[in-house]
Design a protein around this ligand. Structure first.
Ligand code: NBP
Length: 472
């Protein structure tokens, strides 16, 4: 008998926890996984929740177990696996059933899938989910893209399983087709920038102030009660405190310094470039992960060049105070960039993305959750069309209060050869953005010289060419 109200395909880290979360919220859920042994292991470990879980060995049984119209969440590896699942599922489903891709899809794939399913009678939703394993189990942040009518049909279950910020669900419909996956991509891009800037600040404390991991942990713990209060600062303090059982050393000291990446940060950088909206802190963070992965080359380069001589250092407490400011100023620039990219995409794809809602549903459940996002939500509530977060009065004040610290840290790091690519690109972004008269006049002259591209004059309308003496 079909008694499940919803189905989940894919019982990896995210799917399994999402299914348990759904069952925990009183819904009967059918589950299916490509490898049946994983389905069996999942069913065996579900405990009391197993009475609301129907574990299925075949897709046919899975579809038959769900009451029509069926909402089915696909939570498998992004990319081809999703296309394969949709292809296998489509012939088994019927009109009005809803397929929800909840993985980290590239929003361009999501757009393509919307088109492919158009006219099939099936409804498609592209849904970004953030919060990792813990979030999936106890409340993630959920970013939905698709028809608003489709959202309305699944809103009760999605809001039930989502994180709550002071009782408010962190799940929302953000716009048509690829909107949800686009916003999730930018969320991850911002997450890359946040993590990179935290790592840079850690590097200054470790390699310049020569602090050990537990001492650095105490600094992050102290910051977590101030304006930097966030999940990422909390877990940074936590991981820095942990010691390896085998060696007794802080575990961060024995972890290889090569970061992995699955693509969402890179997609954020690519999309920002495609739209001509700079996201320099995100780009720097993606590039830093790529450079981190080049360990053998870096070791060779250190052998070849050595490290720069230290230029002396200021009082440690002063540096630490500046690091806190630097992190906050850098964070403001990174979020300003991420939100500007979303605003541009919203215009390009006609999504009408609700910026305040995005900030609100990121306040809990997701990896970048923070006090800061509450302030962003307030800023967009006051002025939804502010062109750049730094121009919202509260953030203008915040960045003016902190940019001197960022400037001192970037200078000190440069003098001492400490790489702070995300922080320095955030500073360069702010300095470029705040300067009315830039240097692109020279670029325009160069372009006109070699390519007759023309330029605008400050003192006359129209397009002009320079008197380059025919040397262009
Ligand atoms: P896991 O690696 O834990 O699980 C992968 C799942 O994909 C398994 O169920 C696997 O089935 C299934 N799968 C694969 Br791989 N290839 C398949 C195919 N060709 N057909 C059908 N199923 C296939 O991944 P996860 O961490 O749960 O991530 C799932 C999605 O959620 C991804 O898009 C990921 O980017 C996204 N996400 C992850 C996180 C996170 O923190 N982990 C957070 C937010 C979003 P099998 O058992 O048969 O191999």
């Amino acid at each position: 008998m079909a008694e499940a109200e919803i189905g989940v395909i894919g019982l990896g880290v995210m799917g399994a926890n999402l299914a348990l979360n759904i069952a925990d919220n009183g819904y009967h859920v059918a589950v299916y996984n490509r490898t049946t042994s994983r389905t069996e292991a999942f069913a065996a470990s579900a405990g009391a929740l197993s009475e609301r879980i129907t574990a299925c060995a075949t897709l046919e049984d899975f579809v038959a177990a769900i009451r029509p119209p069926r909402p089915v969440i696909i939570m498998v590896k992004a990319g081809e696996a999703v296309d394969e699942q949709i292809a296998a599922l489509t012939p088994l489903m019927q009109a009005n059933d809803i397929i929800i891709d909840a993985g980290n899809a590239n929003f361009r794939d999501t757009m393509r899938r919307f088109e492919a399913l158009e006219g099939s009678g099936l409804t498609f939703i592209g849904m970004g989910v953030s919060g990792g394993e813990e979030g999936a189990r106890h409340g993630p942040s959920i970013m939905v893209g698709g028809a608003e009518t489709a959202w309305k049909r699944v809103e009760p279950v999605l809001t039930a399983i989502s994180a709550k910020y002071r009782g408010e669900p962190c799940a929302a419909w953000l716009g048509e087709n690829g909107a949800g996956h686009f916003v999730k991509t930018i969320h991850n891009g911002i997450e890359y920038a946040d993590m990179q800037m935290i790592a840079e600040v850690y590097g200054v404390m470790r390699d310049h102030l020569m602090m050990d991991a537990p001492t650095i942990a105490a600094v992050f713990s102290a910051w977590s009660t101030g304006p930097l209060d966030s999940y990422l600062i909390d877990i940074t303090a936590e991981v820095l405190k942990v010691h390896d059982a085998a060696t007794g050393r802080p575990i961060v000291d024995i972890i290889v310094d090569a970061a992995g990446q699955k693509g969402t940060g890179r997609w954020s950088a690519i999309e920002s470039q495609m739209m001509g909206v700079p996201a320099t802190a995100i780009e720097a963070a993606v590039a830093a992960r790529s450079l981190s992965a080049m360990r053998a080359e870096r070791a060779r380069a250190e052998k070849a060049f050595g490290l720069p001589a230290q230029q002396g250092r200021r009082n440690g407490q002063e540096v630490i105070a500046d690091l806190e400011s630097a992190l906050l100023a850098g964070k403001i620039a990174a979020y300003a960039q991420g939100f500007a990219v979303m605003a541009a995409a919203s215009r390009e794809f006609g999504w009408n993305l609700p910026m305040q809602t995005i900030a609100r549903i990121w306040r809990a459940g997701c990896i970048i959750r923070s006090r800061f996002l509450g302030e962003i939500a307030t800023a967009f509530g006051t002025d939804p069309d502010v062109p750049n977060l730094t121009l919202a009065p509260a953030f203008s004040k915040m960045i003016l209060d902190t940019d001197a610290g960022l400037r001192r840290i970037v200078s000190e790091a440069a003098l001492n050869g400490l790489p702070v690519p995300a922080l320095s690109s955030a500073l360069a972004y702010f300095d470029t953005y705040r300067r009315a008269r830039g240097t692109a006049n020279l670029i325009q002259a160069q372009r006109d010289f070699f390519g007759a591209h023309g330029f605008a004059r400050l003192d006359a309308d129209g397009e002009h060419h320079g008197p380059w003496g025919g040397q262009g």
